[in-house]
Design a protein around this ligand. Sequence first.
Ligand SMILES: C[S@@+](CC[C@H](N)C(=O)[O-])C[C@H]1O[C@@H](n2cnc3c(N)ncnc32)[C@H](O)[C@@H]1O
Length: 222
Amino acid sequence: MPVSNTKTDEARQVAEYWDRIAPEFDSIYAGNKNLLARGLDRWLRKDMYQRFDWVMRKAEELRPATVCDIGCGSGRFVSSLAKRGAQVTGLDFAPEMLNLASQLVEREGVADRCRFVLSDVLDWKTSENFDLVIAIGFWDYVANPLARLQVIHKLTGRTFLSAWPRAGTLRMAIRKVRLKVAGCPVYFWRLTDVESYLNQAGFQVESCEVLGQLYCIQARPV
Ligand SMILES: C[S@@+](CC[C@H](N)C(=O)[O-])C[C@H]1O[C@@H](n2cnc3c(N)ncnc32)[C@H](O)[C@@H]1O
């Protein structure tokens, strides 16, 4: 499926990759795989489930009325946050991901509290502001975070939750090779660099948890 509205070749590569593998990605959440594959996901992708639980725990504390999920993928966070009563906007530039997300929120009976935007966050023209903004499994695919963080800063009313893949792990080397073969660029981050980008974009870091291979960071706009 052609992907429009993206700025660079690299963004196009990322969007096309996620469009292609959308159902495969969603099956990590859906668990519609054989026993061995499910076991491997639970083991090798443990931090995907941990970051999901982290966001839901934070949402319980923060009780946002409005949420924006940047790079919402197949809508698993969108749906769960809407079930907790929030009005949720999910943004993604892979059309097939948004198809899955729309079907999910219909199935889960929360479509009336959800809306989806097909765009790179850089291209999204809006003056909206959300209590909570999340960008999970997103920074892996962004070469230069600052411009997108500056846009996210404008969207963020109270809290920004983000998860960043850590540099220097064994998984980093394996993912680099796997995704290069698949034609998708991938990036890994040092905590000092992430903190510096967040500060430059106008955020103050409130907490950072290391969950598996990830830095999970809560920040607020200043
Ligand atoms: C690994 S998936 C994560 C999906 C979801 N956040 C989750 O954790 O289940 C990454 C998603 O980010 C989207 N994405 C990556 N870069 C993007 C960008 N610049 N603008 C919009 N979406 C983007 C991809 O299309 C993909 O659906």
